[in-house]
Design a protein around this ligand. Structure first.
Ligand code: E4P
Length: 217
C-alpha cells in the first residue's frame, strides 16, 4: 500500500519524506489556501521534495478552462498529477488528459458509480472520501470495499486512493481491503509508528543495557 501525505505544509512533507514512508502528496484548494503560498510555487517546492505523484487540483468548473489550468500545472514538474472534481466536466477533462498520458486524480468521490465513471474516463487515481462519509453517518469503508470489488471485476487500472482518512484504523481497514493508496494528514502517518508496548519495551531494553556500562561504538 502506498502512503501519500495530505498536506501543503512543506516542513511536514520534508520531515515525513525523510522517514522513507511518503510515496506521494495530495493537496486541495483548502490546503493550498492554508499554506499562504503562491500555488504554482508551492507545487514546485513539493515536487522537488517528493518524486512520487503530487496532486494539484484545478479550480475551474468548465472543461475548457480546466484544460488550460492543467496545461499550466503540468509544466511545473513531471510528477504533477492533475486533480479534477467528479463532475461531467471533470471527467471529460480526465479522459482528455489521461489519453495524452497525463496522470489524473479524480477527487470528491462519494459513490461506487462515480468511481466506475472515473475508471472509464481513464483516471490514474480515484479519491473516495471516507472521513466525510463517516461524518454524515455512512460507512466510508463500505464504499472502499465496493470500489475495490468493482475495479477488480473489470480489471480497471485506476488506483483506489483512500482520502479523507482521519485515523490509523482507517489506514488498517483500507489496507485490509487492498486499496492501493491512502492519503492521510501528517499526524495520522506519524501515529502509525506508535505503539505503547514498543515504547515500554524499548525503555526496558535500554535500561538493562545501561547497567552493562558498555557501548557499541
Ligand atoms: C484528498 O485528496 C483530500 O485532500 C483530503 O483527503 C480531504 O480530507 P478531509 O475530508 O479531511 O478534508
Amino acid at each position: 500500500m502506498k502512503f501519500f501525505v495530505d498536506t501543503a505544509d512543506l516542513n511536514e512533507i520534508k520531515d515525513l519524506a525523510a522517514t522513507g514512508m511518503v510515496d506521494g502528496v495530495t493537496t486541495n484548494p483548502s490546503l493550498a489556501a492554508k499554506s499562504g503560498k503562491k500555488f504554482l510555487d508551492l507545487i514546485a517546492e513539493i515536487c522537488a521534495v517528493v518524486p512520487g505523484p503530487v496532486s494539484a487540483e484545478v479550480t475551474a468548473l468548465d472543461h475548457a478552462t480546466m484544460m488550460k489550468e492543467a496545461a499550466v500545472l503540468k509544466k511545473i514538474a513531471k510528477n504533477v498529477t492533475i486533480k479534477v472534481p467528479l463532475t461531467p466536466d471533470g471527467l471529460k477533462t480526465c479522459k482528455a488528459l489521461s489519453s495524452e498520458g497525463t496522470m489524473v486524480n479524480v477527487t470528491l468521490c462519494f459513490s461506487a458509480n462515480q468511481a466506475l465513471l472515473a475508471a472509464k474516463a481513464g483516471a490514474s487515481f480515484i479519491s473516495p472520501f471516507v472521513g466525510r462519509l463517516d461524518d454524515i453517518g455512512q460507512d466510508g469503508m463500505d464504499l472502499i470495499a465496493d470500489i475495490c470489488q468493482i475495479y477488480n471485476n473489470y480489471d480497471f487500472k485506476t488506483e483506489v486512493l483512500v482520502a479523507s482518512i482521519r485515523h490509523p484504523v482507517h489506514v488498517l481497514q483500507a489496507a485490509k481491503l487492498g486499496a492501493h493508496v491512502g492519503t492521510m494528514p501528517p499526524s495520522t502517518l506519524r501515529a502509525l509508528f506508535n505503539h505503547p508496548l514498543t515504547e515500554k519495551g524499548l525503555k526496558a531494553f535500554l535500561d538493562d543495557w545501561a547497567k552493562t556500562g558498555q557501548s557499541i561504538i
